[in-house]
Write a protein that binds this ligand. Sequence first.
Ligand SMILES: Nc1ncnc2c1ncn2[C@@H]1O[C@H](COP(=O)(O)OP(=O)(O)OP(=O)(O)O)[C@@H](O)[C@H]1O
Ligand SMILES: [Mg+2]
Length: 507
Amino acid sequence: MKCSERDTEPLRIQDSPARDDLRKTMERAEKKQNEYHLEQDLYRTLANSSQVGVYILQDRTFQFVNPHIAEYAGYREEEMVGMESLSLIHPDDRRLARKNAIRMLKGQRFSPYEFRIITRDGRIKWIMETSTPIYYKGKRAVLGNSMNITGQKEARNRLEELEALESSILDAIPHAVVGLHNRRFIFANNAVQTVFGWFPEELIGRSVRLIYCSDEDCDKIARLFYDNLEKHRTYSTEFLCRHKDGHDLICMMRASRIGERLTEGRIVVTYEDITERKQAEKELEASREQMRNLSIHLQSVREEERARIAREIHDELGQSLTAFKMDLSWLAKRMAQDEQLHGKIKAMSGLVDQTIESVHRISTDLRPGLLDDLGLVAAMEWQAKDFSSRSGIACEADLYAEEVPLEKDLATAIFRIFQETLTNVARHAGATKIFVRLEAKDGQVILEVTDNGRGISRKQINDPKSFGIMGMRERALLWGGNVQVTGSRYKGTTVTVSIPMKSRGEE
Ligand SMILES: Nc1ncnc2c1ncn2[C@@H]1O[C@H](COP(=O)(O)OP(=O)(O)OP(=O)(O)O)[C@@H](O)[C@H]1O
Ligand SMILES: [Mg+2]
């Protein structure tokens, strides 16, 4: 539609004082209206741009919510307007949240209160809120300011959980655990009472000197810890400490610095009372020593006994048999020419020769005289030759230990181990050749016997019924040595014995 100029021309009112007043009043009203709208816009802009949730409630329903609230609650702003505010709150928290809001509105509470809401998609969020009474559109209303504190709350819960976990770990540790700051206790677990007799609260703030025997000890251990913890994260040592009642205790102490660096001398130290364990270890070691000595004694008694029997057999039987043989030849010379009788005497003399040889062999088996007279190397050479001739197994021996003076009992031990290895080769290996090496190297005497037989398995080596191998091991162990047996199928077996040469008195 087209308007004529006349239609659009403003209404002209004739000038007069009354009209002036009216115009002024209208202008004032318009200005006020503008100011009111400006104010409204300002508040709305403030509320909308706020990082805090802002809402207005009237009759328990939302009249206004800013975008922040809508965002954390998961609704659109227009959906929330008209919604009952309590419906957003977690059912378990509704009563308390309402009570707190009322108290705040009445001026009975000043600090913000917390509660949970359930978002549109069913998640739970923690909210912290304040409420203020206001007038809105001419009626009483509530202005709410709220913050989503879910993140902080979760972090706080996690921290609380961690703290609870930490204190239960500390209490579950049977050792005393203390935190130190410049040698003063900053925390202590309950076990300090068991270990040192002090209650944790008696220690806090006091010097760590309380649990050491002297000022010197305290300085010494502090230096040890701080020097080592400069370079390493943890450090442990055994140290003498003192109980509240004055008795001393040996502690295994493990220290570690708090944080990455040793700033301000903050460290954590655990103390394990090992006094009883140390005592038990000492007793065990003493009884092992006794057992070792007893075993050595028994071995040497056995060897002496064998040597005595060997001598007796050799001397007594040998001499009697020789006399017997001489008597037989005396008889033969004086007897009449009787073929049958002479044949008998010859046979008897042959038998006596065999018996003499047997006696000789038995006595040497019991205790080779060479071992006592000429030493280990000579005895081993003789034993190797004897073994070869008896078993038909070729034996190559490199025995380099002549110059080493070995204690008699140690020489016997090595010789007996050697005999056992030879017996095993003869009985089990099916070998055609053995190689024996004896040498003194790096303070150890080493015996190695290798055969080219069927080999020994790990199971056979470790079989608890392998008494021969076990016996070798024990003999070596008595002298602080060890025996290693290795073998591979059809490629032979090697027994290596290493024993320190120092005499037992030097241990
Ligand atoms: N040189 C070897 N070659 C192959 N097998 C071996 C050898 N030496 C030992 N064994 C195996 O290891 C087992 C254990 O040897 P060990 O000397 O302990 O016992 P044993 O010779 O059977 O009996 P014992 O020595 O008590 O009379 C043997 O039964 C044998 O099977
Ligand atoms: Mg054996």
